[in-house]
Write a protein that binds this ligand. Structure first.
Ligand SMILES: [Zn+2]
Length: 112
Protein backbone atom coordinates (compact mmCIF):
# COMPACT_ATOMS: atom_id res chain seq x y z
CA UNK A 1 0.00 0.00 0.00
CA UNK A 2 1.20 3.52 -0.74
CA UNK A 3 0.91 6.48 1.56
CA UNK A 4 1.19 10.09 0.35
CA UNK A 5 2.70 12.81 2.49
CA UNK A 6 2.43 16.52 1.64
CA UNK A 7 6.09 17.17 2.32
CA UNK A 8 9.24 15.69 3.76
CA UNK A 9 8.50 16.90 7.30
CA UNK A 10 5.19 15.06 7.28
CA UNK A 11 6.92 12.03 5.75
CA UNK A 12 9.67 11.72 8.37
CA UNK A 13 7.01 11.76 11.09
CA UNK A 14 4.76 9.29 9.24
CA UNK A 15 7.00 6.60 7.74
CA UNK A 16 8.09 3.66 9.91
CA UNK A 17 11.01 4.53 12.14
CA UNK A 18 13.31 1.97 10.53
CA UNK A 19 12.98 3.71 7.15
CA UNK A 20 14.70 6.82 8.53
CA UNK A 21 18.47 6.56 7.94
CA UNK A 22 20.37 6.46 11.22
CA UNK A 23 22.08 9.79 10.52
CA UNK A 24 18.68 11.46 10.28
CA UNK A 25 16.90 9.87 13.22
CA UNK A 26 17.87 12.79 15.46
CA UNK A 27 15.81 15.03 13.17
CA UNK A 28 12.79 12.81 13.71
CA UNK A 29 13.29 13.01 17.47
CA UNK A 30 13.80 16.78 17.39
CA UNK A 31 10.61 17.29 15.39
CA UNK A 32 8.69 14.97 17.71
CA UNK A 33 9.96 16.94 20.68
CA UNK A 34 8.80 20.17 19.06
CA UNK A 35 5.28 18.71 18.80
CA UNK A 36 5.30 16.99 22.18
CA UNK A 37 7.71 18.35 24.76
CA UNK A 38 7.48 15.11 26.72
CA UNK A 39 8.96 13.15 23.83
CA UNK A 40 11.99 11.28 25.05
CA UNK A 41 15.06 11.72 22.83
CA UNK A 42 17.27 8.61 23.15
CA UNK A 43 20.69 9.35 24.63
CA UNK A 44 22.56 8.61 21.41
CA UNK A 45 20.84 11.51 19.64
CA UNK A 46 21.30 15.24 20.12
CA UNK A 47 18.45 17.64 19.74
CA UNK A 48 18.95 19.69 16.58
CA UNK A 49 19.01 23.46 16.35
CA UNK A 50 15.84 24.38 14.53
CA UNK A 51 17.55 26.76 12.14
CA UNK A 52 19.23 23.86 10.31
CA UNK A 53 16.27 21.52 10.33
CA UNK A 54 15.03 22.52 6.85
CA UNK A 55 18.47 22.02 5.34
CA UNK A 56 18.70 18.54 6.86
CA UNK A 57 15.17 17.68 5.72
CA UNK A 58 16.14 18.61 2.16
CA UNK A 59 19.17 16.31 2.38
CA UNK A 60 16.93 13.51 3.58
CA UNK A 61 14.51 14.15 0.72
CA UNK A 62 17.33 13.58 -1.77
CA UNK A 63 18.28 10.32 -0.06
CA UNK A 64 14.72 9.01 -0.09
CA UNK A 65 14.29 10.04 -3.74
CA UNK A 66 16.88 7.40 -4.68
CA UNK A 67 15.11 4.59 -2.87
CA UNK A 68 12.83 2.28 -4.86
CA UNK A 69 10.03 2.41 -2.27
CA UNK A 70 9.82 6.23 -2.31
CA UNK A 71 8.69 8.69 -4.95
CA UNK A 72 9.19 12.41 -4.69
CA UNK A 73 6.96 14.60 -6.83
CA UNK A 74 7.85 18.06 -8.17
CA UNK A 75 5.51 19.55 -5.60
CA UNK A 76 7.62 18.06 -2.81
CA UNK A 77 4.98 15.44 -2.07
CA UNK A 78 6.46 12.13 -0.88
CA UNK A 79 4.84 8.81 -1.81
CA UNK A 80 5.92 5.90 0.34
CA UNK A 81 5.20 2.27 -0.53
CA UNK A 82 5.02 0.02 2.52
CA UNK A 83 7.07 -3.13 2.66
CA UNK A 84 4.95 -6.29 2.41
CA UNK A 85 5.70 -8.66 5.26
CA UNK A 86 6.59 -12.21 4.22
CA UNK A 87 6.34 -13.74 7.69
CA UNK A 88 3.35 -11.72 8.88
CA UNK A 89 4.63 -8.67 10.69
CA UNK A 90 7.29 -6.01 10.21
CA UNK A 91 8.74 -4.43 13.33
CA UNK A 92 8.14 -0.68 12.97
CA UNK A 93 11.29 0.10 14.94
CA UNK A 94 13.88 -1.99 13.09
CA UNK A 95 12.12 -3.40 10.01
CA UNK A 96 12.59 -7.04 10.97
CA UNK A 97 10.05 -9.28 9.27
CA UNK A 98 8.75 -11.89 11.73
CA UNK A 99 5.65 -13.87 12.72
CA UNK A 100 4.49 -11.31 15.28
CA UNK A 101 3.96 -13.82 18.10
CA UNK A 102 6.74 -12.53 20.28
CA UNK A 103 8.03 -9.02 20.61
CA UNK A 104 10.90 -8.16 18.32
CA UNK A 105 14.28 -8.35 20.07
CA UNK A 106 15.10 -4.76 19.23
CA UNK A 107 12.04 -3.34 20.91
CA UNK A 108 13.55 -2.03 24.09
CA UNK A 109 16.49 -0.49 22.31
CA UNK A 110 14.32 2.03 20.53
CA UNK A 111 12.15 4.86 21.71
CA UNK A 112 10.14 6.29 18.89
ZN1 LIG B 1 12.54 -4.71 15.86
Amino acid sequence: MSIAFHNIKEAILGIPYYEIPFDYKYIYHSLKKKINKNHNIPEEFDEIKYNIIDEKLNELLEILRDRPNFRVLNTGKVIYTEKEPINGYICPACGYDYDGNAQCDCYFNYFY
